[in-house]
Design a protein around this ligand. Structure first.
Ligand code: GLP
Length: 256
């Protein structure tokens, strides 16, 4: 795991943006796994500003709420369109987001997995993290080998996300999410976390035991993970000084 600690959210976002921009320049037909939430917002703004060529890029989003149509302002379809897709030259046919309105959810989930396979797998999977350590919507106790499927949100996640629905009572209970096994097959995982609210989840994911109780901790088994943090999100890491030293002394060919 490479842990990148920057003084601010902007700094950490800048590192992630450079890393993604390099991928798109080196591999114009890259397959990206994309995330939602407030964490990647500044990254999407920065990527749009960079005027990269997205024509041959394919994207797969991590998750979507069940029962929300793409036009619903709290749906992840809407989020992606507003915050990234309408600002870049991506081809509509290359965009994939789980269908929250699918009539047959298990069949949809199988097809989603099949599409990822047919696209050649995900080159770079962007991830946020829930305050309980969830990635995508894989809540604590999710199978670490899980595939794309329906999940029931915990009370805590519904509370965390209630602001997007005008209150907890209106927040959906069910979601479709890529599984942890699906995420683990990506060639490179890039996780971003900002703020004190994420510090405990990050400490558990990076330095705790691998456990389904902190789903992000499974990333310790992934061969290529980059975690970009601000000071607050990194505040509970025991080996902070070492991570900083590693980053500051990278050989030239490894820098972002
Ligand atoms: C949701 C998303 C996750 C995201 C998490 C954190 O649960 N499904 O992908 O990482 O929220 O959101 P935020 O970035 O707003 O803290």
């Amino acid at each position: 795991m490479e842990i990148v600690i920057q003084p601010t959210e902007e700094g950490a976002t800048g590192v992630a943006a450079r890393l993604m921009a390099r991928l798109l320049r080196d591999k114009p037909d890259a397959v990206l796994g994309l995330a939602t939430g407030s964490t990647p917002l500044p990254l999407y703004r920065e990527l749009a500003r960079m005027k990269l060529d997205w024509r041959r890029v394919t994207t797969f989003n991590l998750d979507e709420y069940v029962g929300l149509a793409p036009k619903h302002p709290a749906s992840y379809h809407y989020f992606m369109r507003e915050n990234l897709f309408r600002h870049i030259n991506i081809s509509e046919k290359n965009i994939h987001i789980p269908d929250g309105m699918a009539a047959d959810v298990p069949a949809f989930c199988r097809r989603y997995e099949e599409r990822i396979r047919r696209a050649g797998g995900i080159d770079l999977q962007l991830l946020g993290i829930g305050s309980d350590g969830h990635i995508g919507f894989n809540e604590p106790s999710s199978s670490l080998a899980s595939r794309t499927r329906i999940k029931t949100l915990t009370a805590r996640t519904r509370r965390d996300n209630a602001r997007h629905f005008g209150g907890e009572a209106r927040a959906p209970h069910h979601v479709i999410t890529m599984g942890i096994g699906t995420i683990m097959e990506s060639w490179h995982c890039l996780l971003l976390a900002f703020g004190k609210k994420k510090a405990r989840a990050i400490a558990g994911a990076v330095e705790g035991p691998i456990t389904a109780m902190n789903p992000a901790s499974v990333l310790q088994l992934h061969p290529k993970v980059t975690i970009c943090l601000d000071e607050d999100a990194a505040s509970l890491l025991k080996m902070k000084r070492y991570y900083r030293w590693v980053f500051d002394n990278k050989p030239e060919w490894q820098t972002f």
